[in-house]
Design a protein around this ligand. Structure first.
Ligand SMILES: Nc1nc2c(ncn2[C@@H]2O[C@H](COP(=O)(O)OP(=O)(O)OP(=O)(O)O)[C@@H](O)[C@H]2O)c(=O)[nH]1
Length: 300
């Protein structure tokens, strides 16, 4: 009897904004690492999550949605996502089964096709796609690149998430564990705090301030009684947006804080006092230095 060789390596999730990359990553890890929202371009930072199975270690790299860039931030996000394609062992291109394949997907597909790694086409949101929609989508999306495999998933229902991981494992090279067993992500606590707060802003102020929001976690201070005192700043581009986020008598920022605090308490495993500030930084998305300062640049 021969032992199954241990496999390890990196899989990049790429696709258009809103394709469901972060939701699949969270489902694959069984916990919330990446923030998700119905607003396109939710993901700004590259995030790696580690999934251990008895025979493999899969490092999943979530990337910002690929899109036609309108500003310096958009360019930086594309650069980060495209950079991953040449660096990973497997590329998974996600296509939303409920939206017709369009020029945006063709553009992503052309980039995916250039990658040397094995490619998997992942049709997402199977739970809400109609059967004929799914069939048409399968045909159209299969032509976007030379895929080695195709899989249909629903990350919200947990459908085919394990099958997706098995498919990825199969394609990984033999290798050792790159990360210790207890490490599930390369994001720092500060990164996650900032992302949780940004997610709540996106969810609560969806129409008014979609992409002009950046969040930085200033510090996490552990107090003697065991609680954590956390402070974060929400940056927006205009006074009007600040007004929306603060809300009448501070009601909106309070709502954002209450929702974010619940996630942060789960993350830190302790009671949290959260202090949120809102600041205006005009035009930060057009300024490369500002994008860097806010921590959204491609690393490496
Ligand atoms: N019904 C359903 N909705 C899903 C599924 N996967 C993702 N969604 C929803 O689609 C929206 C976008 O999902 P995300 O995971 O944030 O998409 P993303 O590709 O990471 O988006 P960007 O960060 O913009 O690149 C969210 O509202 C999700 O809840 C799914 O399997 N079924």
């Amino acid at each position: 009897m021969t032992d199954t060789p241990f496999k390890s390596g990196f899989v990049a999730l790429v696709g258009r904004p809103n394709a469901g990359k972060s939701t699949l990553l969270n489902a694959a890890c069984g916990q919330r690492i990446a923030i998700t929202s119905p607003v396109a371009q939710t993901t700004r930072k590259r995030l790696r999550a580690v999934v251990n199975t008895p025979t493999s270690q899969i490092v999943i790299v979530d990337t910002p949605g690929l899109h036609k860039p309108k500003d310096a931030l958009g360019k930086e996000l594309n650069r980060a996502a495209l950079g991953e394609l040449s660096d990973v062992d497997v590329v998974a291109m996600l296509v939303d089964a409920t939206k017709p394949v369009g020029t945006g997907d063709e553009w992503v597909g052309a980039h995916v096709d250039k990658a040397h790694a094995p490619k998997i086409l992942v049709l997402t949101k199977a739970d809400i796609a109609k059967p004929d929609q799914m069939q048409a989508q399968l045909e159209a999306a299969s032509k976007l690149a030379h895929f080695d495999d195709v899989i249909v998933t629903s990350a919200t229902e947990g459908f085919n998430v394990d099958a997706f991981l098995a498919l990825v494992s199969e394609k990984l090279p033999e290798g050792p564990k790159w990360f210790p067993d207890d490490m599930d992500s390369d994001a720092t606590e500060e990164d996650l705090v900032a992302e949780f707060v940004r997610e709540k802003v996106l969810l609560n102020c969806r129409d008014e301030v979609p992409h002009s929001v950046a969040v930085v976690c200033n510090d996490i201070v552990w107090k003697k009684d065991g609680h954590a005192s956390v402070s974060a700043t929400i940056f927006v581009e205009r006074e009007g947006q600040k007004g929306i986020i603060v809300g009448k008598g501070g009601s909106m920022v309070k709502k954002i804080g209450v929702a974010a605090r619940a996630d942060i308490e789960r993350l830190l495993g302790a009671k949290v006092y959260l202090e949120l500030r809102v600041q205006v930084r005009p035009q930060w998305r057009r300024d490369q230095n500002e994008i860097r300062r806010l921590g959204y640049e491609a690393t490496e």
